[in-house]
Design a protein around this ligand. Sequence first.
Ligand SMILES: [Fe+2]
Ligand SMILES: [Fe+2]
Length: 192
Amino acid sequence: MSAGIPDRASALALLESWVENEGLRKHMLAVEASCRYYARIHGEDEDLWGTAGLLHDLDWEKYPDEHPRRGLAELEDRGYPDAILQAIKSHAPERTGVDPDSLLDRVLFACDELSGLVYACCLVRPNGIDDLKPKSVTKKLKDKSFAAGVNRDDVTRGVELLGIERSEHIQNVIEGMRNIAGVLGVRAEDRL
Ligand SMILES: [Fe+2]
Ligand SMILES: [Fe+2]
């Protein structure tokens, strides 16, 4: 456990007490896994980055109109570190007026929408995430009628914020999500 961050079990318990929707829970877990993967690549604190991903949509189900303010107030009360609060604030710049700045901010923003697209791609493939390649995701990214709820502009902005190739970012999100594929139910064997 990292200093200053409530442990994962309590973060998960908090999530489960606020979020009932299974799809939203999976979304938050997928973003957590993606952020953890990026933390590993950059030699950063996996628990810190993962927790930001895990809790970024804490209030989305209960207080959609006040997202992410209500969640932030709760996390602040519970003593979550500033880096996490800042990242959550900046994942919704159109609501908070705060743009992503730190590397964690940018990673969270970039993984948020893209993980949803990757998840949707897994669901329409016989082998799920097992053999999913960036090329297939890119194809679906360009097909605007597929997973229409995924904001393509935000995906593009996320890639720009990271300053890496789009295919590399997609690969990283796939790798991160693969680490919890069983939990997400996106493996071939989950289809049986
Ligand atoms: Fe959000
Ligand atoms: Fe989200």
